[in-house]
Design a protein around this ligand. Structure first.
Ligand code: NAD
Length: 253
């Protein structure tokens, strides 16, 4: 796998789950990697695993809700590698899936929007400021199948992910002639700590998730990461503004 040879990439939320799998897969494909996360130790562990496997990596603690943190993360990647070819805006939270909208907590809504939407906003700005002078770059926002269809008791999360799909389309149009491609991926239930927390909160949730997916199982982080690598690489050179659904058939039902 050399699709990303000679390229530099960053991943937010790289300590765990889909972000960690994407960081490892991009590094295996040849990219030098900036692994960032609000969990600085977790990001460090991901970077260490890449280096132990023979790759190049740094780690940066970064809370994507803070514009200064995000600017510092992008600056650290450019300091280390001299450029930024690909960025995966993955950091996200679920909020609560326990209440209908009228009963849902306002603070939870604010926090979900702050991480899932404003975080992507901050990241796009900082990444574009590096990629525009380069005249080249690929950005992947991690949305969700909940960015395309509704989900009960998940209005805040669903609103944030629909917004990520929208921002992806508009940003793609803004930079289509500037050499920068911006896409999203829309996974359904994927086997990570986020999904596990939902299962822990409701023992029936594992069955509900598996039944909802025509393939009858959760996605694996590596299956999402494979699509992320493709969208970051020149193999997808004519793809921009796209939201790639990775859902075992869920959205087809
Ligand atoms: P996860 O909880 O396993 O990992 C999320 C990572 O993001 C963690 O390492 C966490 O520390 C980090 N993070 C949280 N808040 C942050 C912040 N403010 N700044 C920086 N980092 C922060 O979750 P996951 O399942 O791997 O989810 C990754 C992305 O995929 C999210 O955007 C999520 O919405 C999306 N997604 C997940 C699923 C799923 O079923 N797991 C499905 C569709 C989409």
């Amino acid at each position: 796998m050399t699709q990303m040879e000679g390229k530099a990439a960053l991943v937010t939320g790289a300590a765990a789950g889909i972000g960690r799998a994407s960081a490892l897969a991009l590094a295996r494909a040849g990219a030098a990697l900036c692994a960032s996360d609000i969990d600085g130790e977790g990001a460090q562990a991901t970077a260490r695993d890449i280096i132990d496997a023979g790759g190049r990596a740094i780690s940066v603690p970064c809370d994507v809700t803070k514009a200064d943190d995000v600017s510092a993360m992008v600056a650290a990647a450019v300091d280390a590698f001299g450029r930024l070819d690909a960025a995966v805006n993955n950091a996200g939270i679920a909020g609560s899936f326990e209440h209908r909208l009228h009963e849902a907590d306002d603070a939870m809504f604010e926090q979900v929007l702050a991480v899932n939407l404003r975080g992507v906003w901050h990241c796009l700005k900082a990444e574009l400021n590096v990629m525009l002078p380069q005249g080249q770059g690929a950005i992947v926002n991690i949305a969700s199948v909940a960015g395309l269809i509704g989900a009960p008791k998940a209005a805040a999360y669903t609103a944030s992910k629909h917004a990520v799909v929208g921002i992806t389309k508009s940003a793609a149009l803004d930079y289509a002639k500037r050499g920068i491609r911006i896409n999203a991926v829309c996974p359904a239930y994927t086997d990570t700590a986020m999904a596990q927390r939902a299962i822990d909160g409701n023992p029936l949730m594992a069955q509900i998730m598996a039944r909802a997916i025509p393939m009858g199982r959760l996605g694996q982080p590596a299956e999402i990461a494979a699509a992320v690598v493709w969208l970051c690489s020149d193999a997808s050179s004519f793809v921009t503004g796209h939201s790639l659904v990775l859902d075992g058939g869920l959205a087809a039902t």
